[in-house]
Design a protein around this ligand. Structure first.
Ligand SMILES: [Zn+2]
Length: 54
């Protein structure tokens, strides 16, 4: 099943990407989290699409 509606896709992407990923264990955390809820590491990165820079 593929989402073809671009507006719906934006909402879905925003919800999916608006999280933080632990670099240590890979757990997803809320965007407001400062520490991983699984391993308590503060090594979190925002999950965002990165545009490749050349
Ligand atoms: Zn973690």
């Amino acid at each position: 099943m593929v989402i073809l509606d671009p507006e719906l896709m934006k909402i879905v992407e925003a919800r999916v990407l608006n999280k933080k990923v632990c670099r240590r264990c890979g757990a997803l955390n809320p965007p407001s989290a400062t520490r991983c809820r699984r391993c308590r590491s503060d090594n979190l990165r925002p999950k965002k699409k990165e545009v490749s820079k050349k």
